[in-house]
Design a protein around this ligand. Structure first.
Ligand code: ASP
Ligand code: MG
Length: 416
């Protein structure tokens, strides 16, 4: 069997969904289709969740979200909208009429997960009226997690068992299910982190021992830079699992960082294909030797906060201070993107995380002198050389520069 994953862009309107059906029809193997929310739905729901949590008016963004889906429904079904699609917004309405609890991350998951429920219900109904029959599975009955809402950790043995029980291919050749969302063992909806559908697809591929996982994207494959940033970006034809992990670690957005490991463990290849030109060869990630590759790969991680920490007394920071700082970071689930020690201070770069940043800084300030700048970005170049460094540096101020044999990293202020 194979697993196909379609991201938001590849199901963003009725014509994209029709293209997706064509791609599915060309597959002769047993298939699990994993889809995310349509277009920019997750961003919209994030916005709604935030407004609602803060007691603000949500009418306009809610109407936009519903209109967007209704347009797709009427384009797909014209006059014959199936009955079950008439009630798809009910759980969202019900949620938004209730009073939020104090736990933003919990509420976030309850609201944001609705994007994937909407997309899969609409697409399942559309498959239903075609000759392509796809069996709908609510993935919350399969992927089980802890209760770390918004970034839930997967409980692998349960997930694997439920996946093998549900995706049997006895009565169906094609299954359709959600990426990104899951459920805790006490049946509360959780999510796996933004862009997490790739990870969901990899979990299912691994559990069911798929021949391969194909991720359909609006780019020709994995590029050596974001084409919106560098117009001469090139496709990378083949990548080792290890190199793919490195790239996602540094912030490459093509695939979710957690996607590779479950695949690597079972030697399942990951193919990144263009849904715009499905017949073209995309990128292959698997057991390949790319250790001699010289193609520079550019990764830009924006919205970083550069924090510099100094002791309050005129002394150096001691190891106990560093360990205290890392303990705080780990307690707050904040990961460090880059760190640098000097005689005078300890500097770290972290992602800007809402509701997390202020308490973290406040806690730090109790013990240290803290300065921060929240307008930074980290540029990473794998296989760097003078030319590739020059291309990135131009005349920007470099705040930090770190190099190893293969990798150069630069922290600078974000370009506007
Ligand atoms: N819809 C989710 C998001 O946009 C998950 C995904 O697309 O992978 O983050
Ligand atoms: Mg998405």
């Amino acid at each position: 069997m194979l697993v196909y994953k379609f991201g938001g862009a590849s199901i963003k309107d009725a014509s994209a969904i029709k293209e997706m059906v064509k791609i599915v029809n060309q597959c002769d193997d047993n298939l699990i289709i994993v889809v995310s929310a349509m277009g920019k739905t997750t961003n919209r729901l994030e916005n709604i969740a935030r407004l609602w949590f803060n007691g603000k008016d949500i009418e306009t963004p809610l109407n936009e979200l519903i209109d967007y889906h209704q347009n797709i429904i009427s384009d797909l079904f014209e006059q014959n909208v199936p009955d079950n699609l008439n009630s798809i917004y009910e759980s969202l309405w019900e949620k938004l009429r209730s009073t939020p609890s104090l736990d933003f991350n919990y509420e976030y998951d309850q609201i944001v997960s609705i994007g994937e429920l909407l997309s899969t219900k609409i697409i399942a109904s559309y498959f239903n009226i075609l000759n392509t029959k796809a069996h709908y599975i609510d993935i919350r009955e399969v992927i089980r997690t802890d209760r770390n809402f918004k970034q839930a950790g997967v409980i692998w043995n349960l997930t694997k068992r439920f996946a093998l029980e549900r995706f049997t291919f006895e009565n169906y050749k094609i299954y359709l299910t959600q990426g990104f969302i899951a459920a805790s063992t006490n049946n509360q909806t959780t999510t796996l982190g933004r862009e997490g559908s790739d990870y969901s697809a990899a979990l299912l591929a691994s559990a069911c021992n798929a021949k391969k996982l194909v991720v359909w994207k609006d780019v020709p494959g994995i590029m050596n830079a974001d084409p919106a940033w560098m117009s001469d970006a090139q496709k990378i034809d083949a990548l080792s699992y290890q190199e793919a992990i490195e790239l996602t670690y540094y912030g490459a957005k093509v695939i979710h960082p957690k996607t590779i490991k479950p695949l690597q463990e079972r030697g399942i290849p990951l193919i990144v294909n263009s849904f715009i030109e499905p017949q073209k060869k995309g990128s292959f990630i698997g057991n390949v030797d790319d250790s001699k590759s010289t193609l520079p790969v550019y990764i830009r991680k924006q919205n970083q906060v550069l924090i510099s920490i100094r002791p309050k007394t005129p002394e150096f920071l001691a190891e106990t201070d560093i360990s205290h700082i890392f303990k705080l970071l780990s307690d707050m689930h904040i990961s460090v993107q880059l760190a640098q020690m000097s005689a005078a201070s300890f500097t770290i770069c972290i992602d800007q995380i809402e509701y997390m940043f202020d308490p973290f800084i406040a806690e730090l300030q109790e013990h240290y002198h803290v300065k921060f700048n929240d307008n930074a970005e980290i540029i990473t170049i794998r296989n760097y050389n003078n030319e590739s460094l020059g291309k990135v540096l131009k005349n920007n101020d470099v705040l930090i520069e770190q190099k190893t044999r293969k990798t150069a990293q630069i922290v600078r202020f974000m370009e506007n």
